[in-house]
Design a protein around this ligand. Structure first.
Ligand SMILES: Cc1ncc(COP(=O)(O)O)c(C=O)c1O
Length: 346
């Protein structure tokens, strides 16, 4: 007998639109999910090879990853919590603290989905027309929220928030998340503000600059009281042993990460210039560039590249904004050249 789903489902789950990931087709150049096409350093592959002999035991290197991550972030291990991707950390924060939540629009679509899954309200404030951020309206609306969600550099716009704006928002004394998934492509961080603000949680990931998206590992940096609370709701073995090993090894070869992020940043500027010759394009501080594809539809832009074996992210329209948008991740220099050649034929 079939269960009567409508009777049992949590009412707020019915209306949720599931997250749609970027397309992956074997043999195509994928510039759709802000991954790092260069991959991790070869020594990470060796470490995974070695670690596979211990997959019969539960992961046990949480402390070592926390120590190495803390060193990288110049904080103490007690300020670090690891997650199965930074998206799990976002979930842990939402399980621990009460909503409503306030974010910006447009921003990472995963936030609203995660907030709504837990039955909380997600409010947002539009960015300016050029996707820069003004804190005034945000601060006004923050009175109605308990958790504030900032993303800098912001996905999908690539724009950033100034430190003074982040401070003004922290002064509201709400739980404030600053998602720094793309930190390494920008270089500025809110981490030093942890000395002054106990309400700050910085989220980072190994999925972008460190090229470990498939292993699912991210981390949060916060005051140890917040970290202790998050530990109460964290599943005990949320980061698997191969991901732990890969993160330790990748943190031991920062020069490799730096060299790939340097190339990506250099090529980002080239992609920006090339796109700007044809479309309204936004200066980005992450590993992707956003373009308004008008007068083409974003679907047409996407399809014409797909015909040439390149997958970008078709984002369509943004609520409250003119134009139609595609986001192009910066790939390897060869991939970027292929993209530019295709673009020049438009
Ligand atoms: C802003 C932002 N935060 C978080 C994530 C998710 O990161 P992770 O793979 O660590 O869950 C993404 C992924 O694209 C992102 O763009």
């Amino acid at each position: 007998m079939k269960p009567r789903l409508n009777e049992y489902v949590k009412p707020w789950v019915q209306g949720i639109g599931a997250y749609i990931p970027g397309k992956t087709i074997e043999g195509y150049i994928k510039l759709a999910s802000n991954e790092n096409s260069y991959g991790p350093p070869p020594r990470v592959m060796d470490a995974i090879e070695r670690a596979k002999s211990a997959i019969n035991i539960y992961p046990y290197k949480d402390d070592e990853v926390r120590e190495k991550t803390a060193e990288y972030c110049r904080v103490k291990p007690e300020n670090i919590i690891l997650g199965n991707g930074s998206d799990e950390l976002f979930d842990l924060i939402l399980k621990t603290f009460r909503g409503p939540c306030l974010g910006i629009n447009p921003s990472f679509s995963g936030y609203k989905i995660a907030v709504n899954i837990l039955g909380e309200d997600y409010l947002d404030i539009n960015l300016n027309d050029d996707f820069t951020f003004s804190s005034e309206e945000f601060i006004k609306k923050s009175k109605k929220a308990n958790i504030l969600i900032l993303c800098s550099p912001n996905n999908p716009t690539g724009t950033v928030m100034a430190e003074d704006q982040v401070k003004e928002i922290l002064d509201e004394n709400k739980i404030t998340i600053v998602d720094e998934a793309y930190f390494e492509f920008y270089g500025k961080t809110a981490v030093p503000l942890l000395k002054t603000y106990d309400n700050l949680i910085v989220l980072r990931t190994f999925a972008k600059a460190f090229a470990l998206a498939g292993l699912r590992i991210g981390y949060g940096i916060a005051n140890s009281d917040i970290v202790d609370l998050l530990y109460k709701v964290k599943p005990p073995f949320n980061v698997n042993s191969l991901a732990q090993e890969a993160a330790i090894t990748a943190l031991g070869d920062l020069a490799y990460m730096k060299s790939t992020t340097d190339s990506i940043v250099k090529d980002r500027e080239l992609l920006f210039e090339k796109l700007k010759q044809k479309f309204r394009t936004f200066r980005s501080y992450a590993n992707f560039v956003l373009a308004d594809t008008t007068p083409m539809s974003s679907r047409e832009f996407y399809d014409r590249l797909l015909e040439k074996g390149i997958i970008v992210r078709n984002l369509g329209k943004f609520r409250g904004f003119e134009g139609e948008y595609c986001r192009i991740s910066v790939g390897t220099t060869d991939e970027n050249r292929t993209f530019i050649r295709a673009l020049e034929e438009f």
